[in-house]
Design a protein around this ligand. Sequence first.
Ligand SMILES: [Zn+2]
Length: 244
Amino acid sequence: MLTKVFYSFLSRHHSLQFVFVKRRNAFFNYFQSPRQPIPPYNHVCQIGDPVLRTRAEPVEPEILATAQFKGFVEHLISIMRSHEAYGLAAPQIGVSAQIFAIETTKQQIEECIKTKSAGQPLEIVPLTVFINPKMKIIDYHTNSYPESCASVFGYIAHVPRAKTIEIQALDITGKEFTWNGHGWPAKIVQHEMDHLQGKLFTDRMDPKTFACAIWSVVNQRSGRVAIKFYPDPGRWGRFKRIFS
Ligand SMILES: [Zn+2]
């Protein structure tokens, strides 16, 4: 009865009704909407996000010694590993800074051999972090092999990459180092260098080779396939992000 009277009162006083509805919505939104995450994210940004099209800022050398910076680099590495990426650049987790990490493990190579998914010669690459890197191409001849990206997840394309490169960068202690790469590691580093320039592999690919990485699975499963944009521990103990 009281409620009925209250609503009839509100219907006669539109401005009050508006305030009431607005406050009620704010109350429900607070509990129902997930809080907006802030960078650095635990997920990988996807193509279309402006942060992936922005030229990343150099890192000020004085912040390298801070605990926050070390924590950020550890976070970048953990997201790279949890997404089973061979490399990850800071803009991919929402931070427009000139930092990236690379790593290819024996386990990743064995998995590629088992699933016949590599399509190119792979090699073990130790974990390396590059800060404010500068690239010099040593051998301009190119290899064109399939390439994918955690920010264009679910798609692949052939991308020509210079065979041999040299990088000058800072390590996490702020020490300068020179890194030389040929073939597989050179390709990963060129991909990550592009991220720092706001470029994606789709800008450099042979467009006719652009493909959904699981197009044949889509046919096998009559389209009942989902791609997850977050890591999910599968029953085999590895992260499986494509399933039906
Ligand atoms: Zn990428």
